[in-house]
Design a protein around this ligand. Structure first.
Ligand code: HC1
Ligand code: SF4
Length: 581
């Protein structure tokens, strides 16, 4: 351990820590724009590029960036001298001189770290009215908007895309005023290997990277008297939405969220958890069929099988693992199964045409916007899912409509597409999809009740986890990865000989799974927020009266009345897909 003094306070930290780490430990808040350290992931951005975090170190002539200065025994640091405050202000003035003054209409207003800093440091009037502006063309994809005029070159997005996700879609190019983070050859993102995971958006401190917003289109649909507008909410939204209203991370706001959606004016409020259960019936049956093929050496698809509900993961496999394109389950994601069922089964029930039914999703994810826009998920140009709002967009709409979350009574999802189980909700965290699948596969295969519903061995936060689950005579080896970089490592291992003999793999593109999706309230680098959301997901599961997908009575009913049985021809047509290369 090393002892140092910061602003007169003594602090002991491990050797190798930085001054910034030490300050954090005693609650001294040194501002920074580029630094980010999301523990338990590879998300450590040490670019030391913004120079906002400078401090004075006794005995040194120059100010030191605290994020890149290691502690030394006996060091005396000051974070609040006039020299430090002036330097910080000058750095900010320089940044702002080459930044659009669009704060009134910027998508990031209120959540912008640059705005917060200019406010903190008291930049006013003339000090922010620069004229030299570099300009770039806006780049828009179905999921993201890149407005590089607002880039401050913090490099967080680059670290996220290249080191954590290992996609490699973004890197710094050019110099001086023309320096910018962009794709290779400055191609539009839609033409690159970008997976639309949105993790670059999740860490961007300014409005340079934001989501494609669908909120106003939702408002217009709601105002159209010829349309019936229904909404589905993803598992992970209920454990994060509350944060936007001042609740502790990990607060469970399911009932209030449903009431808010009813107050907004949706005709029916349904749950993606219902189709998560449906996914388990389809994917679980596929798993058991492929297991039989594997064990008996039969023709046809065999093991390993990969989960296919995460759209950024699907994009990743399609663009970077061509040789494994036959391995993912063919099951569509719960979001898309919902859209498909809503525009057939439910539209028929209501006696309306699919064009007159608008299906809205609320998702923690930005890649879901891209997924909904895929051609194969539309019939004659009419998409199964019309509009996708992020958790943040829903929070903004609730506020805009003056709905008081605090005051709202709790209410229940509507039926039939709102009934779900604990297995459906754990989809929202890393490890949950495969646990839900195992709960069903075990009981279907062994015809015995599970001795224990909770598979602790599949849970946790390590980037790659491998565990075995016995189903009577067979032992299923399961691999779990979250974060695309971790997924890439696991998939490469499987491609190159599968030494650990893994039979089934769950991948979620975002750190933590959907709880850490890029549409969730910003975590600002605090990984404890993700842990609390994860604990809340397991709590919701525990509180559910039914915790296995195959025991969901509404699922039994939809098979009986509409789909026949899992993997039937109709199920194949409506609930499965094929992959592109
Ligand atoms: Fe997810 Fe899924 S769990 S992908 O993370 O399979 O987004 O929450 O809705 O579709 O159910 C996201 C979450 C979500 C799907 C389900
Ligand atoms: Fe990279 Fe994901 Fe951002 Fe695309 S969306 S640039 S893959 S971090």
């Amino acid at each position: 351990e090393v002892k140092i003094i910061i602003d007169g306070k003594e602090v002991h930290v491990a050797k190798g820590s930085t001054v910034l780490d030490a300050a954090k430990k005693i609650g001294v808040d040194i501002p920074t724009l580029c630094h980010l350290d999301l523990h338990d992931t590879k998300m450590v951005n040490q670019a030391a590029s913004c120079r906002v975090c400078v401090v004075e170190v006794e005995g040194r002539r120059n100010l030191a960036p605290s994020c890149a200065t290691p502690v030394v025994e006996g060091m005396v640091v000051k974070t609040n001298t006039i020299r430090v405050m002036e330097a910080r202000k000058t750095v900010l003035e320089l940044l702002v001189s080459d930044h659009p003054k669009e704060c009134l209409s910027c998508a990031k207003a209120g959540d912008c770290e640059l705005q917060d800093l200019t406010e903190l440091c008291g930049l006013r009037g003339d000090s922010i009215s620069g004229t030299a502006m570099s300009t770039y063309k806006k780049d828009i994809t179905p999921s993201l908007i890149r407005d590089m005029d607002k880039c401050v070159l913090c490099r967080r997005c680059e670290t996220m895309c290249n080191k954590v996700q290992e996609v490699g879609a973004l890197s710094g190019i050019n110099r001086g005023f023309n320096a910018v983070v962009s794709s290779a050859f400055e191609l539009p993102m839609a033409e690159t290997v970008c997976t639309h995971c949105g993790q670059c958006v999740a860490v961007c401190p300014t409005g340079a990277l934001t989501e494609m917003n669908h909120t106003w289109k939702v408002v217009e649909a709601l105002a159209d008297p010829t349309k019936t507008v229904i909404v589905q909410t993803a598992p992970a939204v209920r454990v994060a939405l509350g944060e936007e209203f001042g609740n502790e991370p990990g607060s469970i706001v399911t009932g209030k969220m449903v009431s808010a959606l009813k107050a907004i004016g949706f005709d029916h409020v349904f749950d993606t958890d219902f189709t998560a259960d449906l996914t388990i019936l389809e994917e679980g049956t596929e798993l058991l069929e492929r297991l039989e093929n594997f064990l008996e050496g039969k023709e046809g698809p065999s093991l390993p099988i990969l989960t296919s509900c995460c759209p950024a993961w699907v994009n990743f496999v399609e663009s970077q693992f061509h040789e494994l394109i036959d391995i993912p389950s063919t099951a569509r994601s719960p979001q898309q199964m919902f859209g498909s069922v809503a525009k057939t089964y439910f539209a028929d029930k209501l006696g309306i045409k699919r064009e007159d039914l608008v299906v809205v999703s609320v998702m923690p994810c930005l890649a879901k916007k891209f997924e909904a826009s895929r051609e194969e998920f539309a019939v004659d140009g009419n998409p199964d899912v019309d509009l996708v709002m992020s958790t943040r967009e829903l929070a903004d709409l609730i506020k805009q409509m003056n709905i008081d979350m605090e005051e709202l009574e709790e209410s229940e999802f509507d039926n039939p597409l709102g009934m779900s189980t604990g297995a459906g909700v754990i989809f929202g965290t890393t490890g949950g999809v495969i646990e839900a699948a195992v709960r069903t596969a075990y009981e279907v295969r062994t015809k015995k009740p599970l001795p224990k519903i909770d598979f602790e061995e599949l849970r946790g936060f390590d980037g790659v986890r491998v565990a075995s689950v016995a189903m009577d005579d067979v032992v299923l080896n399961i691999g779990i990865a979250h974060g695309l970089g971790n997924a890439k490592a696991l998939l490469t291992e499987i491609r190159d000989g599968n030494p650990r003999n893994i039979h089934a793999v769950e991948v979620m593109a975002c750190p933590g799974g959907c709880i850490g999706g890029a549409g969730q309230p910003y975590h600002h680098g605090d990984s404890s927020i993700l842990m609390k959301r994860q604990a809340a997901i397991y709590q919701v599961d525990k509180n559910m009266p039914i915790r296995k997908s195959h025991e969901n009575p509404a699922i039994a009913e939809i098979y009986e009345k509409f789909l026949g049985k899992p993997l039937s021809e109709k199920a194949h047509h409506l609930l499965h897909t094929h992959y592109h290369m």
